[in-house]
Write a protein that binds this ligand. Structure first.
Ligand code: ZN
Length: 84
């Protein structure tokens, strides 16, 4: 298999999973809007509240941070996600 060299420039995982209603904050069980992939390989989920509360600390230990807290203002929980 040949790989297109133009695709190798990004360190972001190509199949970054977006967060959904089944993703729950590890702290309080509310719907998660922040996903943190740790450098150690683990994964943490936080609601918008705890994302704000722990955000600085999380970014120190995170390999990747998926922040979808902006969805809070644009999407209702019951509405289907707008894909595009
Ligand atoms: Zn929470």
């Amino acid at each position: 298999m040949k790989r297109n060299e133009a695709d190798v420039t990004t360190a972001v995982a190509p199949a970054a999973r977006s967060l959904g209603a089944s993703d729950r904050c590890d702290r309080c069980g509310a719907q998660a809007y922040l996903r943190v992939e740790l450098q150690s390989g683990g994964e943490l989920l936080f609601c918008a509240h705890h994302a704000r509360e722990h955000g600085d600390k999380l970014r120190e230990i995170a390999a990747t941070v998926v922040d979808e807290t902006d969805k809070l203002t644009t999407t209702r929980p019951s509405a289907p996600a707008e894909e595009r």
